[in-house]
Design a protein around this ligand. Structure first.
Ligand code: NI
Length: 405
């Protein structure tokens, strides 16, 4: 039993969160637009971090600034002991020139909140607004983690290393991402793997250059590289369980300078993704074995740089179900559904989930009637700001419920 007294109405009810969430909408739109107009890239979020910290201090939270360079942690300390639930928001923008013609268009050329992290910041602030006035009756804490550099190179790991999951120890963590293909007002949850791991292959192959007319005197890195690109797909089709998702995309193939010279070397770069952390560990060896098998007979050599980046985002089943039920209380059963499948996109929220149980939800932000149909990372990406009326209430309800889970 917690010391909360919900029946006496001291903690907010779903109904009161709905009403207060709607009431805060205009203020949250103003805040979101400010962040949207002033995007900053990963680990450069100096003003963003300072403004978040100021707002959270203004709400009476205990704030730590400059965590892992530009991150912010804000603690809403309950009046009674209990569990600590974390709400995570990423705060970085992308190096994209905004092509939206809106009054809140990015003021910084070449930079844009094209992944909706301005919304994530604002939703976390909105959650704090909903809960701050109830802190004296709250058993436990809600910790807001504003994390830099989700897009690249990754801010979650340095935030964890800086101790954000300790003091007080986080018992459960929630986060979410606006979802350009999901209608505003809807939320999708998914227990288990929900987003892919994302690792990077960088391969330099060395052959022997020469005249295009005398290929027999060369070791042609273009031919060898082409064979590798094709053969790597056979890992996907023939060396891994067909029911396990694997993506190997070679996205960069650079070689040569002109039409009649076979080059000395070629460079390949690509992305490797899967939804299974054990399978993920096996892929570098499979990939290298293909590369070795193709280069050696030709007498070519290679250097392979295989970088593990974000792990698979694996949602905890119990936390996911709890958050699903919380979301139903706020937006109704018709608007909350279990996603049909995982996304092969990646998220560094995965690092938190390696440490504490949690869940990462998809938050609908599309509105065709308003012309808001572009996907994340598009120069015309935008969101239906109505999402800011409900998402903070969903987070607040989820945080309240998870303290008792
Ligand atoms: Ni994003």
């Amino acid at each position: 039993m917690t010391k909360d007294n919900n029946t006496a109405g001291r903690l907010p009810t779903p109904e009161s969160l709905q009403v207060a969430g709607r009431k805060n909408l205009a203020e949250l739109i103003r805040i979101r637009r400010h962040f949207h107009e002033n995007p900053e890239l990963g680990f450069e979020e100096i003003n963003t971090g300072a403004q978040i910290a100021d707002i959270m201090e203004g709400l009476g939270l205990e704030v730590q600034r400059n965590v892992a360079k530009t991150g912010v942690v804000a603690l809403l300390k309950g009046g009674n002991p209990g569990k600590t639930v974390a709400v995570r928001a990423d705060i970085d923008a992308l190096p994209i020139q905004e092509h939206n013609d809106v009054p809140y268009k990015s003021k910084t050329p070449g930079k844009m909140h094209a992944c909706g992290h301005d919304v994530h910041i604002t939703a976390a602030i909105g959650t704090a607004m909903l809960l701050a006035e109830h802190r004296s009756t709250l058993a436990g804490n809600v910790k807001f983690i504003f994390q830099p550099a989700e897009e690249t190179p990754g801010g979650a790991e340095p935030m964890i290393q800086a101790g954000v999951l300790e003091n007080p120890k986080v018992d459960a963590i929630i986060g979410g991402h606006v979802w350009g293909s999901l209608d505003c007002g809807r939320i999708e949850v998914l227990p288990g793997p929900t987003m892919a791991s994302s690792d990077i292959i960088r391969l330099t192959g060395h052959g022997k250059g020469g005249h295009a007319a005398q290929p027999h005197t060369t070791i042609d890195p273009v031919i060898i590289g082409s064979e590798i690109v094709g053969a790597l797909q056979k890992i996907v089709s023939r060396q891994t369980d067909p029911t396990e998702a694997v993506v190997i995309s070679i996205c960069r193939f650079q070689a040569g300078d002109t039409f009649n010279v076979i080059p000395h070397s070629a460079y390949l770069e690509g992305s490797v993704r899967t939804l299974n952390n054990a399978l993920r560990q096996e892929l570098p060896q499979k990939i290298e074995s293909i590369i070795r098998g193709i280069t050696e007979p030709y007498g070519a050599t290679y250097e392979l740089d295989y970088t593990f980046s974000y792990p698979v985002t694996v949602n905890d089943a119990g936390v996911t179900e709890s958050v699903r039920q919380s979301a139903v209380k706020i937006i109704g059963p018709d608007n909350v559904r279990t996603a049909q499948r995982a996304s092969m996109g990646a998220e560094d929220f995965s690092y938190y989930l390696l440490q504490v149980p949690g869940t990462f939800i998809r938050v609908g932000s599309r509105n065709e009637a308003k012309g808001i149909t572009h996907e994340m990372h598009h120069p015309q990406f935008d969101i239906d700001e109505d999402v800011l009326a409900t998402l903070p209430a969903v987070y607040a309800q989820a945080a309240l419920d998870l303290r008792n889970a």
